[in-house]
Each structure stands twice: as C-alpha cells, then as structure tokens.
Ligand binder design. Structure first.
Ligand SMILES: Cc1cc2nc3c(=O)[nH]c(=O)nc-3n(C[C@H](O)[C@H](O)[C@H](O)COP(=O)(O)OP(=O)(O)OC[C@H]3O[C@@H](n4cnc5c(N)ncnc54)[C@H](O)[C@@H]3O)c2cc1C
Length: 509
C-alpha cells in the first residue's frame, strides 16, 4: 500500500510529478527533496501542445496566472533549415496530412519542388509573416489551444512550480542525499548530508541525469539509442534580444556535426548546438556556433546520452524526466514526456487503489518505453534524409541511422509519394498519436525525399493549388503579430476563453 511518496529531485520533473499527484490524488502525501548545491539543469525551453493541456486541464493551473509568472512565448511549429529547401515547417495543425478541396490529393504532391514551405497552410503562412493568431470577422483573435504551445524559460518555470507547490502545501526539503539504503522491496531510506533520514513507500527518481535511485542505486540497465541518434553533447548560449522580431516558432538549423536550435523569449534569444563528439570537439563546435551566432554571450557544454532505462518502474522506484531517459530536444519532447509519465503514474495509482500489482507495473513500463522509443524513431527520420550539408557527420547519418518502426512509413512513401490514404494504418497507435502522419510527411516532403509514384498533378490542379495558396495568404493578411498579441493579453479586461483547455489531450496534436 502506498501511503507516502518521496520525490527525489526538484527540477521540472520533480515539481510536475508533485503537482500532478496532488491534483489527481489530493489525499496522498508527497514530499519533494532537492539540493540547491546540485541545482537544476536549467535548459528545456521548447514544448509541445501536450504541456499546455497537462498544466491547464489535467493539473487545472490557471492560464492567466501562468502567463503572468512564467512569461511564455508562443510556438506554432518548428522551422527546419534541413534538406534542399530553404526551410520547411512542422506545425501544430494539419498541412501535409490534409486534402484541400477541390484538390484530389494530399498537399505533399503539390510541394514536389524545392521551394520553402511559405504557404503550405495557415500555420506556415503565420510563421512566414511572424504572426500568431488569425483575426475573426468581429476583429477578435481566433484562439485554438491545439494550434500553439509555449517557449518557456526553465528557471522561471521551476520557480512558478515552486509557488504553486507552496499554495498546495507540498513540503520541500532542502538537502543533498549522500546515501541510499535498500531492502528487498527496493529503497528503504535516503540519508541526507545533514544526517536526516527520509523514508516513503514510493520513491520518484527525479534526480535528472544522475538517476540516483533507478540508475545508480538499483542498477537498472540503460537502453541506448546510439544506433539512431549520434549526438551526445550540446553547447548552449544566447543573447539579449535587440531589434530581432520575436518569431512564433522554434528554428532547427543544420550544422556540420549536428543541429542548432533557436528558441524565442521576449527579451532573450536562446541557441544551442547539439553535436556528436565523434565528429567535433567541444572547441570546434563552439567555434562553429559562435561564428554563426556572433552575438552569443557566455556558453556552457551539456553532455548527455540518448536512451532510456530498460524499465522506468522497478520495485518501489519510478523514474521521471531525465532520470528515466533522454533524447535531444529536436522535437522538444522532454517536458511532454514528463507530463505523460506523471499522468500515467497518477492514473495507475488511482486505478490500483494505491496497491499496484506486478501486471500494472509491467504495463506501465511497456507503455512508457513505447512512448520513448516512438520519439527516438521519429527523430531518426529527421537524421536519415537530411542532405543539406555534405560533412562526415551527415554522411554517416545518411548511411547508418537506423529507422526502426519508421521504415514501414518510408517504404510506402517511396513507392506511393505523400499519400494520406493509410494515415491510420501506417503508424502504430503510439506513433500516430504523438507525431502522426503530419509529422512523418513533414519530414519526408520537407527534405524532398524522392518517390516513385506515377501520379503527377495536372496543370489544372497546379492552378487550383495556387488559388488555395492565395486564399491562405489573404486569410493571414490581417492576423495578429506577436507584439500585438502580447499587448492584447496584457491589457486590462483581457480574459482567456472559459474552458480553453477543457478536454483531454494526447501528445502533440
Ligand atoms: C541540451 C538540452 C536541451 C533541452 N531542451 C529541451 C527542450 O527544448 N524542451 C524540453 O521539454 N526539454 C528540454 N530538455 C530537457 C529538460 O532539461 C528536462 O526535460 C527537464 O528540465 C527535466 O529535468 P529534470 O527535472 O529531470 O532534471 P533537473 O532539472 O536536473 O533536476 C534534478 C533535480 O534533482 C536534484 N538532485 C539531484 N541529485 C540530488 C541529490 N543527491 N540530493 C538531492 N537532490 C538531488 C537536483 O537538485 C534537482 O532539483 C533539454 C535538455 C538538454 C540537456
């Protein structure tokens, strides 16, 4: 019987676990342990729409307060500077997994050249014009929670979580654990530097990359993703925003030995070069990073390994966040994964009436392993077809990145083109829910991966496609820019729509 939970770690994983459990199971006592000496990772800025739903629907956190304290910026998609096009987008919404009437086929067939995704859909057009919301006929913004998510600053986010935890009466113990004691059931107690000893029935390992309980104490084996993901370090930096407009999207730029993100905050621009140490030293990566971003101030290197532990729940330990596993932030999936892990745990405890049996735990592990592996597989697709730069790193990716379950999707695409016919069949339920046909087609069409289909759009269809693009452009013409939207939400009298996030939501869509 689980009567008390100790959350080992107070980064975003630890706090999200505490808030989730407290909201779903208010009767269950949870305590957070964190070490100010060790601190938090302090990166983690892009998100997917899952995060908004988790915070504001599942955890019932007030939207207006969140905006006031965390000061998020909006993200309506990712712009990839990958492949032969100047860029392509992967948006929240449907552009590739769509048949625009009166066209007979999916959008991808009409994006068969090497032009940018300027007007592949409304979201792409908004991105192109640095706008965020469409304008309704009554002049007000058209708001849809599925169509954007947040850029967040990790430290502001964790500070906000701490405030909420305070309001919910969640105790936070400041201290560094120096010893972890075990018995047949798993962890029996955690001893702090101060000599204090903490005990619980269930221990959540939210200790970040250190994985103090699952990895170190219990010795759970690590399942590496190195056959698909070759990067293992990041050099991170940024600068104070000057005249640069705030872009409502994340940028992912191809670099010689990896890729570089650009994440937008109101007063700050955050960049990070994720690279493979087998192809570039820290100094080489930093030099390339600084050459391309001369405004970068101080930098730091963050090493990581891509993969997950074999099981996330072992004995009386459940790992959440970086303590459970990690993939690079190419799809900004880490916070979403944490939200899903927290929800899964809360639902399991509720369903099992605080007495989870072996079959529940093994299915919990199966479910979350598949979620992790799905992200790995989708990221593999990003690497396998990017021909933008001819460097040793990218040659290795083109030749060797293992596609895993994405191979079936690619095989169908190669023979048939960007068809949406099998949108519900080509992907397993997990892949379909997370990135879906939209995501997979965005990558393949975006990187102009060739296909064999005998189908070619007629001249009449090309004309229709142009008319559709004109309509999209007209629709976006008087949409709201980011500064206009910011001014609007800060004006007295602004109110977010009632029940804005009021429906269950599963991963990215
Ligand atoms: C380069 C990079 C880029 C990233 N970008 C993104 C992104 O764009 N989007 C995204 O969603 N995620 C991103 N992430 C992931 C993000 O960092 C994590 O998902 C998220 O912040 C969760 O961190 P955490 O809480 O697991 O770990 P941490 O923030 O490291 O927290 C660990 C906690 O454990 C405590 N602790 C550890 N050891 C002890 C001890 N012995 N005693 C007491 N306390 C202890 C620490 O004090 C801390 O409170 C990125 C990660 C990296 C490395």
């Amino acid at each position: 019987m689980i009567r008390a939970v100790l959350i080992f770690g107070g980064g975003s994983a630890g706090f999200l676990a505490a808030l989730t459990l407290k909201r779903r199971l208010p009767e269950l006592p949870v305590t957070i342990l964190r070490s100010k000496d060790i601190g938090i990772i302090g990166v983690g800025e892009g998100t997917t729409t899952t995060v908004g739903y988790h915070l504001h629907h599942y955890c019932n956190l007030d939207v207006a307060t969140f905006y006031r304290l965390v000061e998020p910026q909006w993200k309506i998609g990712i712009r990839f500077e990958w492949g032969p096009r100047p860029y392509f987008n992967y948006v929240f919404g449907y552009e590739l997994d769509t048949i625009y009437p009166p066209l007979p086929r999916g959008t991808g067939y009409y994006l068969d050249g090497e032009e940018a995704f300027e007007t592949a859909g409304l979201q792409s057009r908004l991105m192109h014009e640095n706008k965020i919301w469409l304008r309704r006929p009554d002049g007000r913004p058209q708001l849809c929670a599925d169509e954007w998510t947040y850029h967040l600053e990790n430290e502001k986010l964790v500070a906000y979580f701490e405030t909420v935890a305070g309001h919910l009466g969640i105790p936070i113990i400041e201290g560094t654990a120096t010893e972890v004691l075990q018995n047949d059931h798993g962890i029996s107690s955690v001893k702090l530097e101060s000599g204090e000893v903490l005990t619980a029935d269930l221990y959540l390992d939210c200790s970040g990359f250190r994985s103090e309980l699952l990895g170190k104490a219990l010795g759970e084996p690590f399942h590496s993703y190195k056959d698909s993901l070759f990067c293992d370090r990041a050099v991170i930096g940024g600068w104070s925003r000057e005249e640069e407009p705030i872009k409502p999207y994340t940028t992912a730029e191809t670099m010689s030995s990896g890729w570089c993100w650009q994440i937008e905050h109101e007063y700050h621009i955050n960049r990070g070069y994720v690279f493979a140490s087998a192809f570039a030293s820290d100094t080489e990566a930093e030099t390339e990073f600084r050459t391309k971003n001369p405004k970068v101030q101080s930098t730091r290197i963050v090493p990581f390994r891509a993969g997950r532990y074999e099981r996330l729940w072992v004995k009386n330990v459940v790992a959440i966040g970086n303590a459970a596993g990690f993939v690079e932030p190419l799809e900004a999936s880490a916070l979403s994964a944490i939200c899903m892990q927290c929800q899964a745990l809360a639902e399991v405890l509720a369903d099992a009436n605080f007495q989870p049996r072996a079959s529940t735990i093994s299915n919990f592990n199966r479910h979350l392993n598949r979620s992790f592996d799905t992200i790995r597989t989708f990221l593999a697709l990003h690497y396998r077809f990017n021909r933008r730069l001819d460097t040793p790193f990218w040659r290795e990716c083109l030749e060797k990145v293992e596609l895993h379950e994405a191979a079936r999707f690619v095989e169908f695409y190669r023979e048939n083109g960007p068809s949406v016919l099998w949108r519900r069949l080509l992907l397993d339920t997990n892949d379909a829910r997370e990135f879906g046909t939209e995501g997979h087609l965005a990558m393949l069409v975006g990187m102009s991966v060739p296909y064999d289909s005998a189908y070619r759009p007629s001249a009449e269809e090309r004309l229709q496609w142009q008319r559709i693009q004109q309509k999209i452009t007209e629709h976006v013409r008087d949409a709201f820019t980011v500064p206009q939207a910011l001014q609007m939400i800060r004006a007295p009298g602004w109110k977010w729509p009632d029940k804005f996030y009021d429906k269950p939501h599963a991963m990215r869509r």
